[in-house]
Design a protein around this ligand. Structure first.
Ligand code: PSU
Ligand code: MN
Length: 338
């Protein structure tokens, strides 16, 4: 009753996609605490390209008011490509797929103490009527539920350094096996163990594809990690065709498309690396690295302190770049499907 099924296109391509649409409709019919923004609903119903954006970067990644400006600029950049942005987060225990500016403002100000929401936190946060920022894992879940095929962000979570002992492995990695969504990021941050992160993605069977001139897997602030990805594409259409082929075959997993930080921010990237190493060392000394969900936000804000805000500018630059690439891939993907 709440959503009309499109008569052609993405939801008819494969039974998996058709079931995605009815999954969203039936979730809404069951009164699931889920609000799809009218613009996003319209875009999905009329088969326009949509790009999901996450909100942990708003609630736990950036200070106010930079976080608000950034999330608006990411939406704007997605629009400039011809795609519709769907910023995903939680307000008062309701999942928002596409957020109005007032809700974005509320998360950005952090006065309501928004929590960090990964898969395991979704139901508890809803029951507690919390405000929250969705991590990559939770954002993937709601993007998949809505049939959104592309999600742009900065850094995917991964295996933390020392993760072979602490078992601190981000839920983001496992989620990529469950959600048929192409995740566009600047790789994983060098606060993580990049080698083990790539090994784990191989074990999980998640395609890893670099986007651009090199097959070297990017390390967020830096274009270089010393590790090669198994695949490289040079344009949005090639990336889109990987996604399309995978889902034509009925494979239900996602894919990681890694876009290096723009070269003009690279130099900054190199000196940020020293701050990264120092922050990781400090987190080991003071035990932050043993505190679960606090580890990533603590490391990010410490790096920002150590670089006196320089890391923030690089972080914005790489996010704006992934939003652009994500928007372009979504547009090409839709050309392949229709
Ligand atoms: N990497 C960043 N900035 C971030 C995150 C990762 O450079 O804000 C966020 C993302 O939302 C990611 C989450 O999904 O941190 C991973 O956290 P954890 O390591 O606790 O799984
Ligand atoms: Mn963790």
């Amino acid at each position: 009753a709440l959503l009309k099924l499109p008569t052609r296109g993405i939801y008819q391509q494969a039974s998996r996609c058709a079931s995605t649409w009815s999954q969203l409709s039936s979730a809404l019919e069951r009164n699931a605490p889920l609000d799809v923004h009218p613009e996003v609903q319209e875009a999905l119903a009329t088969n326009q390209p949509v790009v999901a954006l996450e909100t942990t970067l708003v609630t736990h990644g950036f200070p106010y008011p930079e976080n608000l400006e950034l999330s608006k600029s990411l939406e704007q950049i997605v629009r400039s490509t011809g795609s519709i942005p769907a910023t995903i987060g939680m307000i008062g225990g309701r999942v928002k797929i596409g957020m109005g500016e007032n809700h974005l403002q509320q998360l950005a100000e952090k006065k309501t103490h928004p929590v960090k929401i990964s898969r395991r936190d979704i139901a508890p946060a809803i029951a507690m009527k919390a405000d929250g920022g969705t991590t990559c894992s939770a954002t993937l879940i709601f993007a998949a539920l809505a049939g959104i095929k592309v999600f742009a962000t900065g850094g995917l979570g991964g295996v933390h350094r020392g993760g072979e002992n602490s078992m601190d492995v981000s839920a983001d990695l496992m989620e990529l096996t469950r959600c048929p969504v192409g995740l566009v990021s600047s790789g994983v941050k060098s606060i993580l163990d990049i080698g083990r992160t790539l090994e784990y993605l191989e074990t999980l069977g998640v395609p890893v594809v670099t986007y651009g001139t090199s097959s070297e897997f990017p390390a967020f602030f830096s274009r270089h990690s010393g590790f090669n990805a198994p695949w490289n594409v040079k344009d949005p259409m090639s990336a889109a065709s990987i996604l399309h082929t995978q889902w034509q075959l009925g494979m239900e997993n996602g894919a990681l498309i890694a876009v290096p930080i723009p070269a003009e921010f690279e130099e900054a990237g190199m000196s940020i690396q020293e701050a990264v190493d120092q922050a990781v060392a400090e987190s080991e000394q003071n035990g932050i690295n043993k505190r679960g969900k606090e580890a990533t936000p603590w490391l990010l804000s410490r790096i920002n302190e150590l670089t006196r805000g320089k890391s923030l500018l690089s972080n914005i630059a790489l996010l704006e770049n992934t939003a652009l690439v994500g928007g372009n891939i979504a547009v090409q993907y839709h050309k392949l499907v229709y």
